[in-house]
Write a protein that binds this ligand. Structure first.
Ligand code: ADP
Ligand code: ZN
Ligand code: ZN
Length: 656
């Protein structure tokens, strides 16, 4: 019997293909079941190949009646694996709904399905403002791949633009993909689409069940779903006749995946749009420096909606010197009367602090002991409601000790403040006012996010306390006062992109606040003279980001240079330092790149694995790819250390 030979990608970190045979012809992009090192794995057919001169194993089962990935997606996925220097099998696996990752799941041919996605008659639409009209007509005029960076301040009517664009693209018989950075943003936008369009609207993210995710995948494939809303994992859902991609909150670091395939959804979405020759909109109230640089260097379209729909001015922005302040739950007590006045006027107060839990540190009063995680190099956070100490990195829970493990003293002190503490202190201070906490702990359970959002919209005066979740894209009404508590961390951070991230966060918080002339945002800081904070105070993000771009160009920071971070994780600290030193030698001997490190990562140990990195700076991405090829070639030859897990992070958004 004739055999066919195939190069198969497997979901393992090994960056190579494996040869298997079968008596059947199989199309590239199909899933197959194979045996690998005595394990059964789902593999992906990449290409047919000649009979090799070694013995091959037979493919156990063909799992797809037609390929899971169409040809265009297949090509883009291969590009991702090359671009991010990652194992092809893991890349394919990453973008499958969980059910399709299972070895026993056979995919039958999916029948085409007719769809009637269209605007609901009588649903409320608006007469567009001149800015909205301009944006829609310019995007509609796009011919093929034509990226638009859309700057629109909060409440400038961006979502309305998405809705009306969707209507126009549906009329041309194409599908529309809308990507948001976080699950917490999906309910709001999904509802807006639901109330405008009838027919199936796909909703895809990792909090949906395996069944729901598979059904969503299936509905895209059959053509039943023409509008898809989702997070980065939905990039390769098989929407038919994709005609437009909208990436909302483009600046958000959550679009970058931090584990496994470290891809940027933005880059991948751009690549998908390019491969399919369709328009793409990257939208934000605070466009990233990367996006603005693309406008300069690649002539991407730049459109702006600089005013709020209702003509409201942005709130005033006050730097509040806290160097000598007396604080309660992290808030200067001199601000309490302003909080009270806002509440008395029937308005809401928003307090932003990027730390959940009650207190981020427990330590002994008598000696130097403080509560650290046994597995990670981080302090344990005290969660009062659950009465536990929790590691926010490995999620290990610890009992709160009765006595100090070092000196047996029974007296402890809690340092620092988390959102739980603000909630409990302010409940005492401002009785009878709803206090709504919005963080990972209050939104974890299924349905609780919707509950919190509903509680916020149902109440008149209220105090909202939240972490970065509260700063993102939500539309809260009647917030007249914002207080930002720990922005100083961003000012003193050594991350190259710290000021960019801080400025986006501050402008985003401002976006949640203020309608009337009396609304304001107060930033508590010990650095009231800081140059950047004072420049930001004007509230003009675009002007500030232009100034920052100038600074980054002068300092040779991204987006004007390209960075590859080689990260290692290992039980053996010395071995990983040696591994990185070898890489540094290779780079220095064979390229013009500039290396910093090896260094311990700021979070030096997580789950008992030491983390180190080597930062490699090249003049552009092309040079970085050359450098990485040199590293890959050298690693194959010289380093056999299996104790080290390593990964490449291209232009990282996070250096922890
Ligand atoms: P963004 O997404 O930029 O925050 P939205 O699209 O949510 O802005 O618009 C803000 C508010 O203004 C919403 O309540 C929306 O329904 C309303 N809106 C949007 N466009 C218009 C318009 N052209 N005329 C009147 N109201 C509008
Ligand atoms: Zn002690
Ligand atoms: Zn831990």
């Amino acid at each position: 019997m004739q055999n066919f030979y195939y190069s198969v990608a497997l979901p393992t970190p090994l960056r190579q293909l494996f040869t298997y045979h079968s008596s059947t012809k199989i199309a590239p992009g199909s899933r197959v079941a194979v045996s690998f090192n005595r394990r059964n794995l789902v593999g992906f057919i990449i290409k047919s190949c000649p009979k090799p001169n070694f013995k091959t194993i037979e493919i156990k089962e063909i799992l797809d009646k037609e390929p899971t990935f169409d040809n265009e997606s297949f090509q883009t996925l291969i590009w991702i694996a090359n671009y991010y220097h990652h194992s092809i099998g893991e890349v394919f696996n990453n973008f499958l709904p969980p059910k399709l990752r299972k070895i026993n799941f056979v995919l039958e041919k999916i029948a085409n399905s007719e769809t009637n996605t269209q605007v609901i008659k009588g649903s409320k639409t608006y007469d567009l403002t001149p800015d909205q009209k301009n944006v829609i007509s310019q995007i509609q005029q796009s011919k093929g791949f034509d990226p638009t960076i859309l700057h629109g301040v909060t409440s400038s009517g961006k979502t309305e633009v998405y809705l009306q664009l969707t209507e126009k693209f549906l009329k041309q018989d194409t599908s529309i993909m809308i990507l948001v950075p976080e699950i917490s943003l999906t309910p709001q936008i999904y509802e807006r689409f639901r109330s405008r369009f009838k027919g199936n609207i796909g909703l895809y993210h990792s909090k949906r069940t395996d069944k729901e995710r598979f059904e969503c995948w299936q509905d895209c494939k059959s053509g039943n779903t023409r509008i898809l809303i989702g997070t980065r994992s939905s990039l390769f859902l098989p929407l038919q006749k994709l005609g437009l991609i909208i990436l909302d909150e483009e600046h958000d670091p959550s679009f970058k995946q931090h584990e496994g395939v470290r891809f940027s959804s933005k880059n991948v979405a751009l690549k998908i749009a390019q491969d399919r020759d369709i328009p793409i909109v990257l939208s934000s109230a605070t466009p990233s420096l990367q996006a603005l640089e693309l406008v300069d260097s690649k002539n991407y379209k730049f459109l702006s909606m600089p005013t709020r729909i209702n003509g409201d001015l942005p709130p005033s922005f006050i730097l509040h010197d806290t160097r000598t302040a007396t604080k309660k739950a992290g808030i200067d007590i001199s601000l309490f009367p302003i909080i009270q006045k806002t509440i008395d006027r029937g308005k809401k107060v928003l307090i932003f602090l990027n730390q959940r839990g009650f207190a981020p540190l427990l330590s002994c009063n008598a000696c130097s002991w403080s509560a650290l995680c046994k597995n990670c190099s981080v302090k344990l956070v005290f969660h009062k409601e659950d009465n536990i100490l929790l590691c926010h990195k490995c999620q290990k829970k610890y009992e709160v000790p009765k006595k100090c493990p070092q000196c047996s003293s029974g007296k402890f002190h809690y340092f620092g403040v988390g959102t739980e503490q603000i909630e409990s202190e302010l409940k005492n201070e401002f009785k009878e006012i709803p206090l709504i906490r919005f963080d990972l702990d209050t939104t974890r359970k299924k349905g609780s996010l919707e509950d919190v959002l509903k509680k916020i919209s149902d109440s008149n005066s209220a105090i909202l306390v939240g972490t970065q979740m509260i700063a993102k894209g939500h539309d809260f009404s009647e917030v007249e006062l914002g207080i930002i508590l720990n922005c100083d961390q961003g000012l003193i951070s050594h991350e190259p992109n710290a000021i960019e991230k801080l400025s986006q966060l501050l402008i985003q918080v401002i976006g949640r606040v203020g309608r009337s002339g009396t609304s304001k945002v107060i930033i508590q800081t010990d650095y009231p003279d800081d140059k950047n904070l004072n420049a930001l105070k004007e509230g003009n993000y675009l002007r500030f980001s232009r100034y920052l771009l100038g600074e980054y160009k002068r300092l040779k920071l991204p987006p004007y240079v390209s960075i590859a971070l080689i990260r290692t994780k290992s039980k053996d600290l010395n071995a990983s330092m040696l591994f990185l030193r070898d890489i540094r030698s290779t780079v220095e001997a064979s390229t013009n790149a500039h290396c910093i490190g090896p260094l311990p990562a700021p979070l030096n140990k997580i789950k008992n694995l030491y983390r180190n990195y080597l930062l490699i700076k090249d003049k552009d991405l092309i040079e970085t790819h050359k450098t990485i090829s040199k590293i890959n070639a050298a690693i194959g030859k010289t380093i056999e250390d299996k104790k080290i897990q390593w990964s490449i992070d291209l232009n990282p958004s996070d250096y922890s």
